[in-house]
Design a protein. Structure first.
Lengths: 145, 112
């Protein structure tokens, strides 16, 4: 892949808008597929972007999901203005969740969101400030290019 | 095995996406936690769930599942059907329990 094949996108995610949950991840997935990104990479990106999208919807007022693709990797950044995470170590433990009943009734809030993002990422970083918001970065490597 | 055989054998009711019942079913996954299904289901599998909210369509589409079977007599929300119709994703319903549905599909797939 040459440098002119680098591409990316930026999307705004509205908090509490569960109706459209998955819309942005679907759009990103389609773009990657259309550009011929390997299927296993697309599958990982789909999980990471979906969980990031659901997290913003569940816990923030508004957020942004950016993605960038070059010949080596897909980089996803999710930033939100929201309540933030007081204890990131706890939030990264599978099964730990602060979700309310509205979120759980829809099948979310099982405490698997951040663990899934970490699991499907080759590199993962998260920074959160309580009362301000959370920023996470996920890198998924494209092998064999 | 395609979804049509499973639908006929178990007497499932298609709610939408009937034109895609010829989709090849490669296996199945059962669960009501969307993140669990996101992480652990695989392309071509049929998803057995009690969830009826429209977000199940987003999960099934992202994971390229062959269809959704909603169990225990539950009915998909109107928005779920509308969204699945748009994505041409089969959503089937049954009064059977998840246990019964999974057991029967499992033995059908083993025999195939």
């Amino acid at each position: 892949m040459s440098s002119e094949d680098e591409f990316g996108g930026s999307y705004t995610v509205r908090g509490r808008d569960f109706i459209d949950a998955g819309l942005i991840s679907s759009q990103i997935k389609k773009l990657l597929k259309d550009r011929g990104i390997p299927e296993d990479v697309v599958r990982k990106v789909a999980v990471v972007t979906f969980e990031a999208e659901v997290n913003i919807i569940s816990y923030a007022e508004i957020g942004t999901i950016n993605f960038h693709v070059d010949d080596k990797a897909v980089t996803i950044e999710a930033m939100d203005k929201g309540q933030g995470i007081p204890n990131i170590d706890l939030a990264l433990q599978e099964g730990y969740s602060t979700a309310d009943d509205t979120i759980r009734d829809m099948g979310f809030g099982a405490g698997m969101g951040l663990p899934n993002i970490k699991k499907f990422s080759d590199e993962f970083e998260i920074i959160s400030i309580v009362g301000k918001g959370t920023t996470l970065k996920s890198v998924i490597k494209i092998v064999g290019t | 095995m395609d979804l049509k055989v499973i639908q006929a054998e178990l007497g499932l009711t298609p709610q939408c996406g009937a034109e895609r019942l010829d989709a090849e079913v490669t296996g199945g996954y059962a669960g009501d936690l969307l993140s669990d299904v996101m992480a652990n289901s695989a392309k071509g599998q049929v998803w057995v769930t009690r969830q009826v909210h429209q977000n199940i369509v987003a999960v099934a589409t992202l994971k390229e599942l062959s269809g959704i079977i909603i169990v225990q007599g539950a009915m998909p929300d109107k928005d779920t059907v509308a969204k699945a119709e748009k994505e041409v994703l089969p959503v089937l319903t049954t009064s059977l329990s998840a246990f019964e549905v999974v057991g029967r599909i499992h033995s059908l797939l083993r025999k195939a």
